[in-house]
Every structure is written in C-alpha cells, then in structure tokens.
Design a protein around this ligand. Structure first.
Ligand SMILES: NC(=O)c1ccc[n+]([C@@H]2O[C@H](COP(=O)([O-])OP(=O)(O)OC[C@H]3O[C@@H](n4cnc5c(N)ncnc54)[C@H](O)[C@@H]3O)[C@@H](O)[C@H]2O)c1
Ligand SMILES: N[C@H](CO)Cc1c[nH]c[nH+]1
Ligand SMILES: [Zn+2]
Length: 434
C-alpha cells in the first residue's frame, strides 16, 4: 500500500506510478490470451474443453459443455426461499432501472418536407460472460442478462467457469430469472473466444459483454471487431473520498470490498484529513486479520492500494478525474460540489449510507463498469449495449427539388459522378414533368 501526500515533492511522479501500477500485469496476459483465442478459433470445442479442463480443473467434453434444463431445475430447487427472495429484490430493482433507460424512436418532418428518423432494434444474439474463478457472481448474471432481456435480445447465451466442477446453484437461479436462453460451463479467454468465433457447440454471437479478470478483459479487447463488446470491465476498483467525519472501519471495509475480488483489484482512499488517513490504514490492517478472503484482499491492498492525503476536496476531485475509477464513493458532508466536478467515473455512490456494495447488488444501475481508466471514454453496461440505431430518410419530389441540387454540387466536387447523376437524373425527370 502506498501512502502519498499531495504536498510531497515527488507527488506527481508517485501518483503517475500508482495509475500505471497494474499495466505490467495486464501486459503479461496479452500473449497467452492471443494463443488461447487462436486455438479456439482453429480447433473449436476441442481447444475449448482442453483449456477449460486445464484452468478450471474440470472434466468437460463437448457433450457436457451445455448445462441442461434438468440441471438448471435441480439447482434451482436447492436454493433457499430467503435467497430466492433476495434475488427477486435485486432483479426487480435492476429491471425497473433498465426499463427506464430504454430510449424511444425519433421521427420528424423538417422544413424541406423531408421525413427524418432513427429507430432502435435489439441485437439478435449476445454472449454474457459471468465470472466465477475466485467467487461466484449471481449478481453479475442479473446485471448482464436483465438489460439484454429488457432490450428484446432473442438469443442470450451465457458462459460461466465451474472451478473444480462446482457451480453455484444461485447462478443458475439468477439465469433462469433473468431470461438467459443457454448456459455453458466454460470461463476465461476461451469462453470469450468461443462466443466470438463460434464452435460446434456454441454458436457465435453478435456481441460479448460482461466482467471478468485480466484474461477475460484482454480476450474481449482482442475479439473486438469480430464481435461487439461492452467496455473493458476488468479487475475491480474503488476510490473513496472521505472527510474526517467517518467511521474508519466502514471506510476500511469499503476499500476491502473491492480488494477481495482479485489480487489485481485496486482500492484508493483520498482524504483531506490526515488523522482519518491513519485511522483507516489501521482499520484495514485490523480487518485483514479476520476477513475470510483476506489472502486475496491483502494481495490487492499491499500491491495496489493507496491512501492519499490532499489539501482539500477540490484537489481530490481533480485526482479522481485522472484516475477515472470504476467506482467512486463520496463519504463527505456536502457531496454536491465534488459530484459536479467529477467527470470520469463508472458509477458514483453519494452519501455515508450508500456504500458501493449496495450498487453491486440491489441499487438498480448496472455493476458491470469500465476499469483501468477506460471510464474516460466508456460507460457501464446498459440497455444501449443490446440495441442499435438505424436512421432513415424519406423524401418525395418536392423535397428532392429543395435539397437535391446541393447534393449534386457536393458529389461533383468530390469527383463522384455516379453519385451526382443518381440525384441529377431524378431532378431532370421532375423538371421534365413540369
Ligand atoms: N468491472 C466490473 O464490472 C466487474 C464486475 C464483477 C467482477 N469483476 C471482476 O471480475 C473478476 C473475476 O475474476 P475471477 O478470477 O474470480 O473469475 P473469472 O471468471 O473472470 O476468471 C476465471 C478464469 O480465468 C482464467 N484463468 C485463470 N488463470 C489463468 C491462467 N494462468 N491462464 C489463462 N487463463 C487463466 C480461467 O479460464 C478461469 O476460468 C475480478 O477481477 C473482479 O474484480 C469486475
Ligand atoms: N464490485 C464488482 C464490480 O467491480 C461487482 C460485484 C458483484 N458482486 C459483488 N461485487
Ligand atoms: Zn463488488
């Protein structure tokens, strides 16, 4: 864990180092991911099963890749009513938010009498990646599948790893609740490759979405172009801006909540209160003595964690814009000015009673969010990842008379004669008809 103070002489150098500190780990997976994707592309199911059995210590064959309806029904019957109820609370809230997000079509007639419009249509097929290496993520099933279903996607395929052959029944219950149409027991880069290129068992999809570790994130980056992707939603991140008026234990747990996802996760506290910085550092150390997933959280905190003491909250907001974190928590008395200043963050959690974990499960907005500073140019998963726009133009004779001559001039200026003539012959016909 790094302790930094914005007034220290080498602050800018150390801060830049912090921003880049996971780049070398990410670069390390590029080569292996390229090899896995090439093998799946050329050898299909055979390579898919080979990698799955090697990395997840399973024994899948092409015949057992797909999870059957009977397996899904049996697993769902194993889930307690309390958990099903909690799943329903989350699903209903996620569904409402994403329904409200759906855009409407647009159509109007302009001054030249031309009808102009734009309409949205759902993708035919999507592939959802649901992580499962170090933890099971029923919540990520809901976050992936519900917007796809709300958007009207017909085929919703899902891949999830089953380390040591174990699959959490709640993952299957969530898939059933959210309208997933097919489920495969594969994970990692090989799952992304299978959904992008297709194999005998898994038909290719139009877009691959969902979060995952560095291998999954890199695989999505590499298949982009063959298929669409959402964002690079890799190892989790949080920045907490906290003033002196906080419970240090609550802040420490917020930091550890992201750290416990992955040794490559990153948690950063920014505070104008040096006393709070010390107290949170101590509280993190104390929690790490007892947390069940302390090994992962400690690896993340030790390697990538940071506590930065700043002059004021305005400086804190400036640093957040440079970090562009996946999650930002504002644990401060008057959050509005900082909220207004922050432009780059995947999701913002406002108020001392709104920890990030609420957004992971039951807030409503999506928890699949851009990481590794990609929040500078991309957004979290939404219905917009499952629909696309088609524009249309409808013009009758009078409208063509008004706007056609300009098109002819521009086409001639570009030296594109067929373009110019395709308009000109119609204009000539109209003139002849006069
Ligand atoms: N950004 C987001 O929106 C978001 C949301 C939820 C979870 N997450 C992140 O998802 C990730 C989940 O990670 P996970 O590991 O638990 O599950 P995962 O499913 O992402 O990864 C497991 C797979 O990684 C592959 N793998 C592991 N070691 C490998 C190796 N040496 N070579 C090649 N492939 C290898 C295996 O195929 C394995 O099945 C975490 O990083 C978590 O922070 C991100
Ligand atoms: N915090 C993760 C996104 O980085 C999402 C998640 C799912 N379950 C718990 N947390
Ligand atoms: Zn989380």
């Amino acid at each position: 864990m790094k302790r930094l103070t914005s007034t220290q002489a080498d602050f800018r150098t150390e801060f830049k180092r912090l921003l880049a500190d996971r780049d070398s780990d990410t670069a390390r997976v590029d080569g292996p991911v390229t090899e896995i994707l090439a093998a799946v592309r050329s050898r299909g199911d055979e390579a898919l099963c080979e990698f799955t059995n090697r990395f997840d210590r399973t024994n899948v064959t092409p015949a057992t890749l797909r999870i059957t309806p009977e397996e899904i029904a049996a697993a769902c019957a194993d889930v307690s009513p309390e958990l099903l109820e909690a799943l329903e609370v989350a699903a209903t809230r996620i569904e409402s938010f994403h329904k409200a997000q759906m855009p409407t079509d647009m159509k109007y007639v302009d001054a030249a009498g031309v009808t102009l419009g734009m309409r949205w249509t759902a993708l035919d097929s999507v592939g959802l990646y649901v992580p499962g290496g170090k933890a099971a993520y029923p919540s990520s099933v809901l976050m992936n599948a519900i917007p796809a279903h709300v958007a009207g996607v017909g085929r919703i395929a899902m891949c999830v790893p089953t380390p040591d052959g174990v699959l959490n029944p709640l993952v299957l219950a969530a898939a059933r609740r959210a309208g997933v149409t097919e489920i495969y027991r594969v994970g990692g880069a090989q799952a992304v490759g299978a959904m992008a290129y297709g194999t005998t068992t898994i038909a290719p999809v139009d877009r691959v979405v969902g979060p995952g570790n560095a291998y999954v994130a890199e695989a999505k980056r590499q298949v982009f172009g063959t298929v669409g992707i959402d964002s690079i939603a890799g190892p989790s991140e949080v920045v907490v801006i906290a003033d002196g008026n906080n419970d240090p234990r609550a802040i420490a747990l917020d930091l550890l909540a992201q750290a416990e996802h992955d040794p490559m996760a990153q948690s950063i506290l920014i505070t104008p209160d040096a006393g709070m910085a010390d107290k949170v550092e101590q509280a993190v150390a104390k929690e790490l003595e007892t947390l069940p997933r302390a090994d992962i959280a400690r690896a993340s905190w030790d390697a990538h964690g940071a506590i930065i003491t700043v002059r004021d909250l305005d400086e804190a907001a400036g640093l957040v814009n440079e970090i562009a974190p996946e999650h930002l928590e504002l644990m401060i008395d008057s959050p509005q000015p900082v909220f207004d200043r922050v432009r780059h963050a995947g999701a913002i959690f406002v108020g001392r009673y709104c920890p990030e974990a609420i957004g992971d499960y039951v807030g409503g907005p999506n928890h699949v969010l851009p990481t590794s500073r990609t929040a500078r140019f991309s957004s979290g998963l939404s219905v917009f990842d499952f629909i696309k726009r088609t524009t249309f133009i409808e013009a009758q004779a009078e409208s063509l008379r008004k706007i056609g001559p300009a098109a002819v001039s521009l086409a001639e200026a570009e030296g594109l004669d067929a373009h110019a003539l395709s308009v000109a012959v119609r204009l000539a016909k109209l003139d002849g008809a006069r």
